[in-house]
Design a protein around this ligand. Structure first.
Ligand code: COA
Ligand code: AMP
Length: 626
């Protein structure tokens, strides 16, 4: 572990030097003279006197340096049967013009813009146009229901919403305009304008506050980059927390640009001119960091894929995209490979494609099960690199640094802590645990650049949710252990967050939907193992006395309610009516114990349980998905 060890050590012992050196990869309108500002600890800020524009770093400087004719984005869209490519020059032109459109709508530095779009280049254009103006974007994933969109509108209070008329799922066209109308009917805050990219697959007439994307672009004047403080927010990305209210993770401009530009060559071994493909969605952090910002910051080519691993049209889709575009590395969630493996267990489709340019498969977003690891390694014949991180950190916490020193891969472990992250495993009291003992994974403060600076408009909630459980440390919400050789093993969440097909969801918010049904006295939602999606939510409900509804009807109503209130992405389909939920004698529902049971980890029955037989009776339901 020579060069990795040395780099890791330097990042923690000399963080100023380490990050100021990394900052040299970025163009600043005012070069930072300091890396860390700890004057408001535990809230830290990076590059306090630096000033830059993230869009300039992603586009303008590459065009100025002669990269204008290289593809910046390749949009491969089997659901529309099209593939288009935008060079750095073309992308810059579109972004500058769309920034002009936004500026014309009154959007200025610090204003918020919500982007509700599928996987189309216009989503990237809208994000970078906000960055160009110093405005703050908040991208909302298309699979969420109107109420989730409304919550984000009320929290971010955007001046403008930028949307497409529809997204395209293999089974249906998802019309966005009615979703936006419904969301704005629910929200207290109203944006001034909704800009709509009208796609041929579905476009309704425009309403009084709507503006047609193409029309606005045809007369737009390009806008210049607005320099912002390194510490100014670039975006807000909402993620599921323990409660129903999503957390607005705030990312700054300077630390983000430095960290992402550092991470792509160091972790993914991707450099200017390489083709990198992240098969995720711009609505998730993986999409923000590794479809949009990191590839463009380093001058690489990024593939935006509007399709699925299977069914668009077949299980060879990933190999086709990788071979057609000369992809050097692919990053996706293990669930995508489980989907391919299920349809084409022998990977016969691979024989139809030339993957000679393909070097590495990166997987993250959920636990990488050893079976998927072995299947992918064997069939692709390239390193399959697990890495662990989360929306809050914005870039990997634990990884195998392919561009620094590729270390031996160990199935079940995402490898070692990434420079900048001071990782520890602690017990309930915060005491450091010896190797191989499982506990809470925490990160000693300060977190490195590019990680969340706070939660939008709520420093107190940030401190309370992440920094107060173990003072001086950031709580990741995952448990795990470190082995004798320093390899980290991530075992699962310790809270109510679940991962369904790599999508992060809150069981708390699903419980709130179930609890609102008039027949439900109390309920719990638990993530159970699923062979395809990793985890699936399972609802357990106890009926109010005297309720006459049949279980069948109730189930349909509850499934529809979660779909309507949270969205199809929750994949909520299983509800069981039970006599009782396991509780402590003081009446607290034993969710943690049920979770452990669902995960196949019998942690023993807590001594505080009121009636052990109730828990035992749920064993079949909770293990059902495995
Ligand atoms: N807009 C609208 N609806 C969406 C959506 C979007 N952007 N994305 C998903 N949905 C819908 C799906 O159509 C599906 O609806 P249905 O219940 O009517 O069938 C539902 O949400 C669940 O979607 P998903 O979890 O994606 O399941 P799936 O069965 O359609 O596909 C996989 C399963 C594994 C193929 C798919 O999840 C996948 O490709 N995952 C790749 C990994 C990934 O992107 N992870 C993100 C973080 S890295
Ligand atoms: P998200 O914020 O959507 O990226 O989800 C982050 C959570 O997903 C983490 O806290 C983990 O629980 C889980 N996760 C992400 N990557 C991995 C991984 N490589 N191994 C295990 N769990 C992971």
């Amino acid at each position: 572990m020579g060069s990795y060890q040395e780099m890791y050590r330097r990042s923690l012992t000399e963080p100023e030097r380490f990050w100021l050196t990394a900052a040299e990869a970025i163009d600043w309108t005012r070069q930072p003279t300091r890396a860390l500002d700890d004057s408001r600890a535990p809230l830290y800020r990076w590059f306090p006197d630096g000033e830059l524009n993230t869009c300039h770093n992603a586009l303008d400087r590459h065009v100025e340096a002669g990269r204008g004719d290289q593809a910046a984005l390749i949009h491969d869209s089997p659901v529309t049967g099209t593939t288009t490519s935008l060079t750095y020059r073309e992308l810059l032109d579109q972004v500058a013009r769309f920034a002009g459109v936004l500026a014309g709508l009154g959007v200025a530095k610090g204003d918020r813009v919500i982007i509700y779009m599928p996987m189309v280049p216009a989503a990237v254009v809208a994000m970078l146009a906000c960055a160009r103006l110093g405005a703050i974007h908040s991208v909302v994933f298309g699979g969420f229901a109107p109420r989730e969109l409304a919550t984000r509108v009320d929290d971010a209070t955007p001046k403008v919403i930028v949307a497409a008329s529809c997204g395209i799922e293999p089974s249906r066209v998802v019309e966005y305009q009615p979703i936006i109308d419904e969301a704005l009917g629910l929200a207290a805050h109203q944006p001034d304008t909704v800009v709509i990219l009208r796609r041929p697959q579905a476009a309704r007439p425009l309403g009084p506050r709507d503006l047609d994307w193409d029309e606005a672009m045809s007369t737009a004047t390009p806008a210049a980059c607005v320099p912002v403080a390194a510490t100014d927010p670039l975006y807000i990305l909402y993620t599921s927390g323990t409660t129903g209210k999503p957390k607005g993770v705030v990312r700054d401009n300077g630390g983000h640009a430095v960290a992402l530009a550092w991470s792509l060559p160091a972790i993914y071994d991707i450099h200017a001119g390489d083709v990198f493909w992240t098969a995720s969605d711009v609505g998730w952090v993986v999409g923000h960091s590794y479809i949009v910002y990191a590839p463009l910051l380093v001058g690489a080519t990024s593939v935006i894929y509007e399709g699925k691993p299977v069914g668009t049209p077949d299980a060879g889709a990933f190999w086709r995209v990788a071979s057609e575009h000369g992809v050097k590395a692919l990053f996706t969630a293990p669930t995508a490979f489980r989907a391919i493996k299920r349809v084409d267990p022998e990977a016969k489709e691979l024989a139809n494609y030339d993957l000679s340019a393909f070097r590495t498969l990166f997987l993250a977003g959920e636990r990488l099960d050893p079976e998927t690891y072995h299947w992918a390694s064997e069939h692709l014949g390239v390193p399959v690199v697990d890495h662990w991180w989360q929306t809050e950190t914005g870039w990997p916490i634990v990884a195998n640094l392919r561009g620094v020193e590729p270390l031996p891969l160990r199935p079940g472990s995402p490898s070692v802590p990434v420079p900048g992250y001071d990782l520890h495993v602690v017990d309930q009291q915060g005491e450091e645990l010896p190797p191989a003992q499982e506990g809470a994974i925490v990160l000693r403060l300060p977190l490195p650049p590019g990680t969340l600076s706070t939660l939008w408009g709520d420093d107190d909630r940030y401190v309370e949710s992440y920094l107060s459980r173990y003072p001086g440390n950031y709580l990741t919400g995952d448990s795990g252990y470190v082995d004798e050789d320093g390899y980290v093993y991530v075992m699962g969440r310790t809270d109510d967050v679940i991962n369904v097909a790599g999508h992060r969801l809150s069981t708390g918010s699903m419980e709130a939907v179930l609890a609102a049904h008039p027949a439900v006295a109390e309920c719990a939602v638990i993530g159970v193992r699923d062979a395809l999606k990793g985890q699936l939510p399972v609802g357990l409900v106890v009926l109010k006395a005297g309720v006459t509804v049949t279980e069948e009807v109730l189930r349909e109503e509850l499934v529809a309610a979660v779909r309507n209130e949270i969205g199809p992405v929750a994949a909520f389909r299983t509800v069981s009516v039970v006599e009782a939920l396991p509780k402590t004698r003081s009446g607290k529902i034993l969710r943690k114990t049920m979770r452990a049971m669902a995960d196949g980890r019998d942690e023993g029955v807590p001594s505080t349980i009121e009636d052990p037989a109730v828990l035992e009776g749920l064993r079949g339901v909770l293990r059902g998905g495995s």
